[in-house]
Design a protein around this ligand. Sequence first.
Ligand code: GLU
Ligand code: MG
Length: 462
Amino acid sequence: MVFNRHGNDPVIRKVDRTKDDVLETASKFGVNLVRFLYTDFCSMVRGKSSSLPRLKDRIDTGIGLVKGQLAMNSLDKPQSDTGLGAVGEVRMVPDLSTFTVLPYVSNTGLMLCDLIELDQQPWKLCPRSLLKQQIEEADKMGFSIQAAFEPEFMMGTKDFDGRFVHLDSSVCFGTDGHNRANKFVSKLVDYLHRQRLHVEQYYPELGHGQHEVSISHAPALTACDQYIIFRETLRGLAMEQDMLVTCAPKPFEDQPGNGCHIHLSVWDQYGERNLLWSDKGLSEFGKHFVAGIVAHLPGLAAMLAPSVNSYRRLQPKSWASAFTCWGYENREAAVRIPSLYWGHEMASSNIEVKCVDSTMNPYLALASLIACGLDGVRKKVVPPEPVAGDPADLTDDECAKHGVQRLPHSLHKALVELEADRFLMSTLGEELSNAYIIVKSSEVQAFALDNEFELAHHRMRY
Ligand code: GLU
Ligand code: MG
């Protein structure tokens, strides 16, 4: 999956675009509106558009955003306890390298933005800026990080009452599913390619109407940007074709969940040597990196599986991973070490974090994972023994030996774990962690009483 310059695949790099280049491309493609977008704590992608004639100035000045927007939960209810409200502004400042012309709507482009204070410093609550900080930390230690996202989603058509009818009832990887979804998926791949996203693999998954597209690895920030562009494209295309699509972790109680596994590899500064690889399996360095992640999994859950709906998915024996452990080729372990590609052993060495779903903010998720991995490397943490079977079948003694614990059962528990994890709390910083916990706790409350409401809300929003 994760190839680099030693593999056959093209290496995906950040495209360096100049302002003139963006303006020229925008007019060449007849763009008259460019969306300035950010992703909030609940992974809602939001923003405002600049008209083409104003774009030249707005690229420099950004577009204003009231700080209270980051206090919104996915029900669009602002949480005033965060101290964020109607007063105070930041600017959405675009990263020109993310500019794309949108294939699923007319005359429109997008750019992904950092949230910058009026004194031109990154806002402490900006998720994208937090990831940049962690990438810088890695760089200072002499490492570069590649990442890839594997979103699963469910597709459907609408019945007379607008309800979701699963697109297919194909078996897992079944050709019926390939055929049934072909029209939609081939257009999706085309739309993604037009926006410079490379699709690695596609297949129908286990659930009815469930499909998976994996996007090729890229440097950490680009990988997150591309994942957001993927989700925007998926939803945009579904709307264009009057179909329904959902990436919610568990949109239907009687169907498997939708994960969004994250693959990571750590390279030397030049991207020449994959530090996770050794000819005996995961390198010592890799073991420290994995150990750092595994040690923090209970608190990490609040960033990787951050919705009430996430915990319907994170159940034992569903390949979603419900336990704090790691293992070679183990799809029930929260951290899986996948098998390597013949002839590309070094290049394809990577780790897969499975307890992740598409309700995450990818920038916060990746920033937290990188911070924990680097902490493991810094402190040379030794991981527990890898788990070879299904962790749900281990005895209590075996669990103790492998350091296996059940991941939090609910978002509430995950937030309690996060609050108790001093390392993660300081990685996020006081302002961000405080606001994050308040916003997420408001969702715990909002969905506490009505299961149907919770399922329908997540199905629709994600
Ligand atoms: N659908 C499973 C999940 O919720 C993953 C199945 C697989 O691709 O291993 O993560
Ligand atoms: Mg899958």
